[in-house]
Design a protein around this ligand. Structure first.
Ligand code: FAD
Length: 221
């Protein structure tokens, strides 16, 4: 999927590219812009190619920008990103987007690398108390566990592990977890990750009485 957005790009040097688990990487370069936690940037490798959008995962006070990305094996950019190493060049846009949560008590729902904007929010110290519901296939894909447990922002952290049973996880998808919550809190809901998860969860929330305007979605199409 291309993201035909007219934005300015700047060439930066990659500081590092770390494999987190199979198929998931974290890349870092020096920050050259201000941003609001939850925003995205566009990345490309040459001036001519279309950019792809990625959520910023780092703090807005850090001197670095960190991006968490999953390799789509048949994709144009992500397999190439996985092969980059320190010193390689990439083109980065200035930040954009309004998937931001500054003040409220809210419910954050993520699947896979969709955890990235919430990491940025936690690392930047956003206001309010958050419930975080995080879905992944395997236990080792909850790679930021320590940070997600030990912070002053997330007061309830639920891991939904769909392909493995573990004592500390709900066994099943995020959607199944939401189905078995008796009373959904009346808060703002943030959904981030693959289109199937976001659309299914949004439908469920609306059917259960959550106002459409209280649901914000960042879809990783
Ligand atoms: C707002 C936003 C934020 C995002 N943030 C993140 C993030 O933080 N982390 C992250 O990992 N991703 C994120 N994404 C997704 C990211 O932008 C890319 O879409 C993703 O990395 C895949 O890019 P790609 O160039 O590798 O794959 P693409 O070339 O875009 O291909 C994507 C998929 O489509 C399939 N495909 C491609 N061409 C065809 C074709 N002709 N026919 C059939 N199938 C085809 C490929 O098999 C591949 O699986 C975000 C997306 C959006 C919109």
């Amino acid at each position: 999927m291309t993201n035909d957005i007219q934005v300015e790009f700047k060439q930066v040097e990659l500081i590092n590219n770390t494999k987190i688990v199979n198929g998931v990487y974290s890349l870092r370069f020096r920050r050259f812009f201000d941003f609001i936690p939850g925003q995205v940037i566009s990345i490309k490798l040459t001036e001519d190619m279309p950019g792809r959008l990625y959520s910023i995962a780092s703090s807005n006070r850090s001197e670095y920008i960190d991006i968490l990305f999953r390799v789509r094996s048949e994709g144009l950019l992500s397999p190439q990103l996985a092969n980059l190493s320190t010193g390689d060049k990439l083109y980065i846009s200035t930040p954009m987007g309004n998937f931001t949560d500054q003040q409220t008590d809210s419910v954050w729902i993520a699947a896979g690398t969709g955890i990235a904007p919430y990491l940025s929010m936690i690392r930047s110290g956003v206001k309010g108390k958050k419930t975080l519901i995080f879905g992944a296939s395997y236990r080792d894909h909850f790679y930021n566990d320590k940070e997600l447990i030990n912070n002053n922002i997330v007061d309830k952290y639920v891991r939904c592990c769909s392909r493995e049973e573990h004592n500390d996880c709900f066994y099943g998808r995020v959607t199944a977890y939401i189905d078995q919550i008796k009373d959904l809190p009346n808060r703002k809901y943030y959904l981030c990750g693959n289109p199937e998860m976001v659309v299914e969860v949004r439908d469920k929330l609306i059917k259960r009485g959550i106002a459409f305007n209280d649901i914000l979605a960042e879809i990783y199409f």
